[in-house]
Design a protein around this ligand. Structure first.
Ligand SMILES: NC(=O)c1ccc[n+]([C@@H]2O[C@H](COP(=O)([O-])OP(=O)(O)OC[C@H]3O[C@@H](n4cnc5c(N)ncnc54)[C@H](OP(=O)(O)O)[C@@H]3O)[C@@H](O)[C@H]2O)c1
Length: 270
């Protein structure tokens, strides 16, 4: 059995690398009902892309669909923005998202949470197996399998990681092992899918002002976010749009693959 993805023989197309090239393409955003994924939905719809949002909480998803729809024209067709409620790690949910989309050009995965935090000696072997086997990493693999099966030449897959991968703190061994695996998967899958002319990249975020960041102790108000942000090199945390715009760049630029691009306001340097 061959271990290589069949090559399309023709090179990846040359086209404009500007975001406007995404007009008329379809992006599936796994984790698109909040934060960075939702901001990507708004940016993509504003340049004329069709958007399919996947998230677990149906109410949050409904609100997100309506917000993304608002970024397009009033006369947009109903299927310009779709919501598929379910777990992004569930292959059936992903199959439904791809089916309803009909044709998918780009997949962006921002679904994620921290699982398995705590000192390694305080975790059981089962805790570790569960965190690595059914946590965010499993979502990434499910998305990668679905994307690899569906994306056309010129398509792209973008994942998410965070700067703690390169600046860890104690008690994060298991979650950061999973995040580090996403970065390695990015390079490995980029090589595997290059013959199919499908690109794979990751955006590595610093502290980005989203509902996830605001769920952390002491960060639940604008004032608290602004005060904590003064310790960052540029004097504030990033916005969800600034983070999402990097994923939009990666979707548009046909000559970037296997890369991890950091959006952290210089925090890794500090
Ligand atoms: N914000 C930061 O400072 C920061 C820093 C480093 C890394 N990151 C990473 O960046 C990614 C996006 O973060 P964010 O700040 O935008 O978070 P967020 O505001 O919490 O949004 C995450 C989204 O993912 C969805 N989601 C979570 N698990 C899911 C699953 N299994 N299946 C489908 N949808 C799922 C959530 O909706 P439901 O819960 O309804 O499913 C939500 O819409 C995450 O992977 C996060 O770890 C963020």
């Amino acid at each position: 059995m061959s271990t290589e993805t069949p090559s399309t023989a023709t090179p990846i197309p040359v086209r404009s690398p500007l975001p406007s090239v995404l007009s008329g393409t379809t992006a599936v955003l796994i984790g698109g009902s909040s934060g960075i994924g939702l901001a990507a939905g708004v940016l993509l719809r504003s340049v004329g892309a069709r958007v399919v949002l996947v998230g677990r909480d149906p109410e949050r998803l409904k609100a997100a669909v309506s917000r993304v729809r608002g970024a397009g024209a009033a006369e947009d067709p109903d299927d310009a923005v779709l919501g598929v409620a379910g777990d992004g790690g569930d292959e059936q949910t992903l199959a439904e998202a791809f089916d309803r989309a009909g044709h998918v050009d780009h997949v962006y995965v921002t679904a994620g949470r921290i699982t398995g935090a705590g000192p390694l000696t305080g975790l059981s072997a089962d805790d570790i197996r569960t965190s690595l086997g059914s946590g965010p990493l499993q979502t990434v693999f499910a998305a990668a399998r679905a994307a690899a099966a569906h994306l056309p030449p010129g398509g792209s897959l973008t994942f998410s990681s965070g700067i703690l991968v390169v600046r860890p703190y104690p008690g994060m061994t298991v979650p950061l092992s999973a995040a580090g695996a996403v970065e390695t998967l990015t390079r490995a899958l980029a090589v595997e899918l290059a013959p199919a002319r499908v690109r794979v990249n990751t955006v590595r975020y610093g502290r980005i002002d989203t509902p996830l960041l605001r769920s952390l102790p002491g960060l639940d108000s604008d004032e608290a976010i602004a005060a904590a942000g003064t310790s960052a090199p540029l004097g504030r945390f990033g916005t969800a749009e600034e983070a999402a715009a990097t994923a939009v760049f990666l979707m548009a630029n046909n000559y970037v693959t296997g890369q991890v691009i950091t959006v952290d306001g210089g925090e890794t340097l500090a």
